[in-house]
Unconditional design. Structure first.
Length: 141
């Protein structure tokens, strides 16, 4: 790091420590405590920037739809661009990643946020915004 940032800059920098460097969800244990639960490994390839909850497979239980990439990183690091979005199902107390081959859900680009809208015909539409790109839309019904 000295060769990149310079020894003096490192000495004068604010030093912080991160203990968790992966995407998680917090489970409310109903007693004032929360349990940190790591999301599936397939979700860890890029930062998760937004979630939506929706019953994609119509079984009465919401799946989690996650999106995110981070192109505008600092010069010293590469951009995070490996995520095409994810759908996860909660089964047997854990979130299971559903492969894109089963869902067809794929968002390319610098995905930042999402919103579920209801069309006039009652069908659900997922809109995903991407920096320097068009909005991606997915009909989920």
């Amino acid at each position: 790091m000295n060769s990149i940032l310079g020894e003096e800059n490192l000495e004068n920098a604010l030093h912080l420590q991160a203990d968790i460097l992966y995407s998680v969800y917090l489970e409310n244990n109903q007693n004032g405590d929360f349990e940190i639960v790591k999301l599936p490994n397939q979700v860890q390839v890029a930062p998760v920037l937004d979630f939506q909850f929706m019953d994609v497979d119509k079984d009465g239980i919401d799946e989690i739809i996650s999106i995110g990439n981070l192109y505008n990183t600092e010069v010293e690091t590469v951009r995070y661009d490996a995520s095409y979005g994810n759908i996860m199902k909660f089964e047997n107390g854990v979130f299971e990643y559903i492969p894109v081959q089963e869902t067809g859900f794929s968002v390319r680009g610098d995905a930042k946020s999402s919103k579920i809208l209801t069309k006039k015909n009652g069908k659900k539409l997922l809109m995903v915004t991407r920096n320097d790109n068009s909005i991606s839309t997915f009909e989920l019904d």
